[in-house]
Design a protein around this ligand. Structure first.
Ligand SMILES: [Zn+2]
Length: 132
C-alpha cells in the first residue's frame, strides 16, 4: 500500500476521505512529497480500513455518530442479522446493536454510512452526524 512517497518513503498526506459505494466502505488517501519534485500519490481500498488510515480519517474528517430512528415493524433480531459479519462473535454483535440503538455508535463518516446502510434492511433509519 502506497501511503508514503514512492521515491524516498517520506512525504505527507494531503487529504483523506471515505464513503460508501454499493454498500461497501471505500477510502482514499492522497499525498505529496516536498523533497521529490512531482511525487504525488493516491492510495485507496475497500472494506476494512487500515488502522493508520482510519486514524488519519478521524483526524482530518472528524468523528461521526449514527442517529437511529426505528420504523414501525423493526426488530432486534433483524438488527442483529443486519450487523452480523465474518469474524465477529455473538457478544460483539449484541454490543454493537446496543450501541447503535443507544445512538452511541461512532467512527469515521464512511463507517457510519455503512452502518446506516446495513440497519436499513432491519427497519431502522440511520443518519450520520459529526460529533467532533
Ligand atoms: Zn520523496
Amino acid at each position: 500500500m502506497v501511503t508514503r512517497c514512492p521515491e524516498c518513503g517520506g512525504g505527507e498526506t494531503r487529504d483523506a476521505w471515505d464513503g460508501v459505494v454499493d454498500g461497501r466502505l471505500t477510502w482514499t488517501v492522497t499525498g505529496r512529497c516536498p523533497d521529490c519534485p512531482g511525487s504525488v500519490w493516491e492510495a485507496c481500498g475497500w472494506d476494512d480500513t487500515p488502522p493508520e488510515i482510519r486514524d488519519e480519517l478521524l483526524e482530518r474528517r472528524g468523528v461521526y455518530r449514527l442517529a437511529v430512528a426505528p420504523r414501525p415493524g423493526w426488530s432486534r433480531m433483524g438488527l442483529l442479522r443486519a450487523l452480523r459479519r465474518e469474524g465477529a462473535t455473538v457478544g460483539e454483535i449484541q454490543a454493537l446493536a446496543d450501541r447503535v440503538l443507544a445512538g452511541e455508535a461512532t467512527g469515521t463518516e464512511g463507517e457510519m454510512q455503512r452502518l446506516a446502510h446495513r440497519i436499513r434492511t432491519a427497519g431502522l433509519d440511520g443518519t450520520t452526524e459529526r460529533v467532533r
